[in-house]
Design a binder for this molecule. Structure first.
Ligand code: T3D
Length: 262
């Protein structure tokens, strides 16, 4: 598929997806939605890809739905359920179900579905100029793209409800204090810094990271006993991996391990 709205790049085991519609703050029209879904599918199907970085060009990460497309001037009311079903739900499920760590590199503002796409990623790093806005209530919508699921679990009911009701801007510093953002880099050097950070993740024992992702995601539906059984099953997979043997060997030989994600 030829992409018109996103840029992609492979750097070793890292696959970088950059939403590239800076004039409209990287908002998502249906074509962009299809391209994102396709690129995430490619990441799932390509064994050499060990980690994914999702970011945006310019001063925005993503301003959510392209509102000019959602409500065209001379057309009848938009079929919002279709937009949510065909564009956002598949993107969120692909991010969550991808058995590789996904890093959101939130370079700038992340609003509406853009904020919730970031929340669906496994690690969020942000620039010092980034912000997160549950913008939906400002246009009379409810949060979608999994926001009522992910943000609730991050910050609890009352914080989630007030952020969603008032659509207030959360700075990267505030988001770090809430445990949402892992690390903050300067906007000026963000592109290089986030790439370096993501490359580091791609060189980690990425099979173990993907099993960790599976365990955390499944814990939402498990009781403790079921979760302990799941940990046992996934640990058996990790314990049979090349990376486990290499990790232990490197420890005993007092050197840095060279993981393969296998
Ligand atoms: O169909 C459905 O709606 C269902 C799906 C829903 C999922 C959703 O994501 S709903 C939420 C949609 N997003 C928003 O409501 C956010 C809209 N944008 C903003 O509130 C502001 O742009 C920001 C707070 C993100 C940034 O503000 P600011 O002042 O830094 O920038 P700006 O001047 O508002 O925007 C710069 C340009 O980007 C501007 O175009 P112009 O005037 O230079 O030609 C603006 O129109 C454009 N832009 C920003 N966001 C969007 C957009 N164009 C289309 N869609 C957008 N979402």
């Amino acid at each position: 598929m030829e992409y018109k709205n996103i840029l992609t790049e492979t750097v070793g085991g890292l696959f970088i997806i950059t939403i590239n519609r800076p004039d409209v703050l990287n908002s998502i029209n249906s074509e962009t939605g299809k391209e994102l879904q396709h690129a995430l599918g490619y990441c799932a199907d390509t064994p050499g890809i060990r980690a994914v970085l999702l970011t945006g060009t310019g001063r925005a990460f993503c301003a959510g739905q392209d509102l000019a497309e959602a409500l065209p001037k001379d057309n009848p009311p938009a079929d919002i359920a279709t937009i949510v079903r065909e564009t956002y739900n598949p993107i969120i499920l692909k991010l969550k179900n991808l058995s590789k760590p996904v890093i959101a590199g939130v370079n700038g503002v992340a609003a509406g579905a853009g904020a919730n796409i970031a929340l669906a990623c496994d690690l969020i790093v942000a620039s010092d100029k980034a912000s997160f806005i549950q913008a939906f209530s400002k246009i009379g919508l409810i949060p979608d793209s999994g926001g009522t699921y992910t943000l609730l679990r991050h910050v609890g009911y009352h914080k989630a409800f007030s952020l969603m009701a008032f659509g207030e801007k959360l700075s990267s510093e505030e988001a770090r204090n809430l445990g949402i953002v892992y690390r903050i880099f300067s906007f000026e050097s963000f592109v290089e810094d986030v790439k370096k950070f993501a490359q580091q993740v791609a060189s980690m024992p990425t099979l173990a990271l993907s099993l960790t992702k599976e365990a955390l995601n499944k814990s939402n539906n498990n009781d403790l006993e079921e979760q302990l059984e799941l940990e046992e099953k996934l640990q058996a997979i990790a314990g049979n991996s090349y990376d486990y043997k290499e990790g232990v060997k490197a420890f005993l030989e007092k050197r840095n391990p060279e993981f393969k994600g296998e």
